[in-house]
Design a protein around this ligand. Structure first.
Ligand SMILES: Cc1ncc(COP(=O)(O)O)c(C=O)c1O
Ligand SMILES: N[C@@H](CCCC[NH3+])C(=O)O
Length: 428
């Protein structure tokens, strides 16, 4: 959280006061730091470049799903970052933000025929094929379009990992990828088609992975499969190592550093002579953003239970409700601790009519009052992208800060705009 620091007693985003932003934009609102995004990309780029002997210029393809705001994508694109996408919409976003097609990877278990055709026509770098059935659909589409897309086969390594069962993707029963033996057979089959060119293998075993052991096992499997395919006369020039490296959420498990992660990958791939790709999402975006919210009221019960009722809710940040995720909550202008200002345990909730709309139970926070501002940290990834208008709450806006300047990069819709989106059935 280097770029969200206290100045004159209150939190700022880089050079911009969060109190001033709350006045100007209203709350709740997501606020992102350009400097943090830039630093996170830089750390990974530097680590990848330090191992050029292992893989030349590795591609860093940001997983657009983590935070797909066009200004966020454009910030990363200008740094040279590519994009990992899972839908036509994400490909369109990446292109609109200035990511060249040659740096776009198209992943996903359920690409429609239309989406495959779109990706081929745009000339994306590579389509990661996740099942034999997908290859069977892809080949005639490529033939019809008269183009020969480069593809990677996504392997299911039977190694699942991640911060929650719902975000583990590499396990045997998970829907993603193809078991190793079948994947190699599919590679050979694809190579026999004149309409696609298999160039490599891909894997992505889960998200918020804090320990390198499962990642290393998956990368070793990709290596041995590459060697086996080559022994069968196949050409394998790329390995897509996926994303998934965890970030330090305050109070969460300690995480492996990006430098150690990349060094491990370089060790595993040493001497193999492949181009590597990394697909970080959370790693780049999570700690580049906060969700800014205002305390509506504090509800105290006779039994001593205290509810901190915020104007942010599960529709704005669903991770606690969906994965029991921990997000640190900080006062924007902390009062001095001690005496009658000792920390107090709050159940932190939003206004939505579900008990699941609870961000934290019994969380010790410095004393807060109605009208105070708070932030949820680590909210830059899988925050705004997973928001909705449940309970007819306007879609939460997004703000990008860069030094002393800021811009609303997704405005909060007005109620008029929200209602105007729904044409009334003509018989009503
Ligand atoms: C194929 C693929 N690549 C990359 C990612 C990014 O994951 P993370 O945000 O954990 O780095 C995901 C999502 O988990 C994914 O499905
Ligand atoms: N949405 C999840 C991460 C999913 C990763 C996508 N493959 C989260 O908030 O942690």
């Amino acid at each position: 959280m280097h770029h969200f620091d206290l100045k004159d007693g209150a939190l700022q985003a880089e050079g911009v006061s969060l109190e001033a932003l709350a006045e100007a934009v209203g709350t709740p609102a997501y606020v992102y730091s350009t400097a943090t995004l830039t630093r996170h990309y830089g750390v990974l780029r530097e680590a990848a470049d330090a191992h050029r002997e292992a893989w030349g210029d590795a591609l860093i393809a940001y997983a657009v799903k983590a935070n797909s705001n066009l200004s966020v994508l454009a910030t990363l694109a200008r740094l040279g970052c590519g994009a990992d996408t899972v839908s036509e919409g994400e490909i369109r976003r990446a292109l609109a933000a200035g990511v060249p097609a040659g740096k776009i990877i198209f992943s996903g278990v359920g690409k429609t025929d239309g989406e495959l055709a779109f990706a081929i026509q745009q000339g994306v770098r590579q389509i990661n094929v996740e099942s034999p059935a997908e290859l069977d659909r892809l080949i005639p589409i490529a033939e019809r379009l008269g183009k020969v897309p480069e593809i990677a086969i996504r392997v299911n390594p039977k190694i699942g990992a991640g911060g929650h069962a719902k975000i583990t993707t590499g396990g045997e029963g998970d829907k993603f990828g193809i078991p190793a033996d079948e994947a190699m057979a599919l590679y050979v089959r694809a190579a026999a088609s004149p309409h696609v060119t298999p160039v490599g293998l891909a894997c992505h075993i889960g998200s918020q992975i804090t320990d390198l052991t499962p990642l290393e096992a998956a990368f070793r499997l990709l290596r041995s499969m590459t060697e086996e395919l080559r022994a069968k006369g196949q050409t394998v020039t790329r390995l897509d190592l996926g994303g998934g490296l965890g970030v330090p959420y305050v109070g969460g498990a300690p995480t492996a550093s990006p430098a150690d992660y990349v060094a491990m990958a370089a060790r595993v791939l040493d001497g193999l002579g492949v181009e590597a790709a990394f697909e970080p999402g959370r790693l780049l975006a999570a700690n580049a953003g906060v969700l800014l919210s205002r305390v509506i009221q504090i509800t105290e019960r006779a039994d001593g239970r205290r509810f901190l009722v915020l104007d942010a809710a599960m529709n704005d940040l669903i991770r606690p409700a969906m994965y029991d995720s921990f997000h640190e909550i900080k006062a924007v202008r902390p009062r001095e601790a001690g005496g009658h200002n000792a920390p107090t345990a709050y159940d932190v909730v939003g206004p939505i009519c579900e008990t699941g709309d609870t961000f934290a139970r019994g969380r010790d926070l410095p004393p807060l009052q109605a009208g105070d501002l708070v932030v949820f940290t680590g909210a830059g990834a899988y925050g705004a992208v997973m928001s909705s208008e449940y309970n007819t709450r306007p879609l939460v806006p997004e703000v990008l800060v860069d030094g002393d300047r800021w811009a609303v990069i997704r405005p909060r819709p007005t109620y008029e705009e929200m209602l105007a989106r729904e044409p009334m059935a003509d018989w009503l």
